[in-house]
Design a protein. Sequence first.
Length: 88
Amino acid sequence: MAGNFIPQTSAKNLEVLDLPDCVHLTDNFKCEILKVNECMGRECSFMLNQKQKSKSYNLWKKKMNELSESKQKDIAHTYFNGKMPWKS
Ligand code: SF4
């Protein structure tokens, strides 16, 4: 992960330290969700750190559990092979 990167002496390696704490940043410092040549940095609208990801996931689970049982079954059938990951 970018946060654990130990810089070497070249200027190029030091640039890695400027990358954001984003769950979509791969070990090769590429973006795994956007078709971009390099990470867009802290100004990126899709940047998400681990804390934000957990909060978002918990909110999604809460919202899914608030839907009617029939709506939950429809969504489970359509998108999750009949499973309801928001129930766990
Ligand atoms: S900040 Fe944006 S471009 Fe960079 S890894 Fe995250 S989502 Fe991809």
